[in-house]
Design a protein around this ligand. Structure first.
Ligand code: NAG
Ligand code: CA
Length: 359
């Protein structure tokens, strides 16, 4: 347990790993200083047990060599996606655009961590922008569709970076990050921002930031963690942490985006890098012996208690059940209040009695 905790912390610090090596113009005059500050701990970490590795074949890194080339493609793209030397633009800030970029090779790592450097920006004011980015680990790739530019009823994992509240009745604050696991049977309900199918989520203020914005997804031993780094502090902030997630190996990483058909000012959706790290995690012989490519994506729904306690509808089953959950929660709250009141009354009475005895 202690060892696992150690690897965990160690892994999350690794955002800086790829940064010093990035070619091309740096982020500004502070870069050399930052580089010096970062190099120290990074160098120490690399020799420290080699717990994880950047996997070039699953990473999208400037200057994007092998992207979209026909001879040795690492990544393929589709739709409105446009490649520049500094970023991959999935959509421009125009209406009804959708684009995606997909890793060419399936990923056979059992434990991995993906760091995504992205930028969502446009001149649109509140509620006049959209729709957002989806990050994928799925069976199929390069298939356009209605879910942030990619196909619905997908097999695998999706992380949605949703900037537009389609459900006007929602009390949620957008932009909103959520995760969904699908075996092909579920459909993403765009008009409800995927609420019925989401496993967990968090509000994340990533749109129109002046500095770099990052998101990390870690999958290891059935535990799925999503973290964000949006405040320019080189620090991961917890967004989603759930267990019981089963995903096969042999799926593809990808990113897609869509701008929706609103008229108005829309967003540019840019991916600057996607870096995949292998996590060195021990598995039991039993785990090693099964064919991981045959695993059906599923969730044994065990939400970590700190996720969405205030959001009882963040359940991945459908409508009626969520009503029941709200009712049960209210009932529990009511019972709690009654118990507190009774205990309070008894304690008060005891005290009164004691006071009577002493005086
Ligand atoms: C797919 O998931 C649904 C619910 O999410 C479940 O009812 C169904 O049995 C699953 N199908 C397979 C083939 O596992
Ligand atoms: Ca939405």
């Amino acid at each position: 347990m202690a060892a696992e905790g150690w690897t965990w912390r160690w892994g999350w610090g690794r955002r800086c790993l790829g940064r010093p090596g990035l070619p091309g113009p740096g982020p500004g005059p502070a870069a050399p200083l930052l580089l010096l500050l970062l190099l120290g701990p990074v160098a120490a970490d690399i020799t420290d047990g080699n717990s994880e590795h950047l996997k070039r074949e699953h990473s999208l890194i400037k200057p994007y060599q092998g992207v979209g080339s026909s001879s040795m493609p690492l990544w393929d793209f589709q739709g409105s996606t446009m490649l520049t030397s500094q970023y991959v633009r999935l959509t421009p800030d125009e209406r009804s655009k959708e684009g995606s970029i997909w890793n060419h090779q399936p990923c056979f790592l059992k434990d991995w961590e993906m760091h995504v450097h992205f930028k969502v920006h446009g001149v649109g004011k509140k509620n006049l922008h959209g729709d957002g980015i989806a990050l994928w680990y799925t069976r199929d790739r390069l298939v356009p569709g209605p879910v942030f530019g990619s196909k619905d009823n997908f097999h695998g994992l999706a992380i949605f970076l949703d900037t537009y509240p389609n459900d006007e009745t929602t009390e949620r604050v957008f932009p909103y990050v959520s995760v969904m696991v699908n075996n092909g049977s579920l459909s993403y309900d765009h008009s409800k921002d995927g609420r019925w199918t989401e496993l967990a989520g968090c509000t994340a203020d990533f749109r129109n930031r002046d500095h770099d914005t990052f998101l990390a997804v870690r999958y290891s031993r059935g535990r799925l963690t999503v973290m964000t780094d949006l405040e320019d502090r080189n620090e991961w902030k917890n967004c989603i942490d759930i267990t019981g997630v089963r995903l096969p190996t042999g799926y593809y990483f990808g990113a897609s985006a869509g701008t929706g058909d609103l008229s108005g000012e829309l967003d540019n959706h840019d991916i600057i890098s996607m870096k995949l790290f292998q996590l060195m995690v021990e598995h039991t012989p039993d785990e090693e012996n099964i064919d991981w490519t045959k695993i059906e994506p599923s969730v044994n729904f065990l939400k970590s208690p700190k996720d969405n306690v205030d959001d009882p509808t963040g359940n991945f089953r459908s409508g009626p059940l969520t009503g029941w959950r709200v009712f049960l929660l209210l009932l529990c709250a009511l019972l709690g209040i009654i118990v507190c009141a009774v205990v309070g009354a008894v304690v008060f009475q005891k005290r009164q009695e004691r006071n009577k005895r002493f005086y």
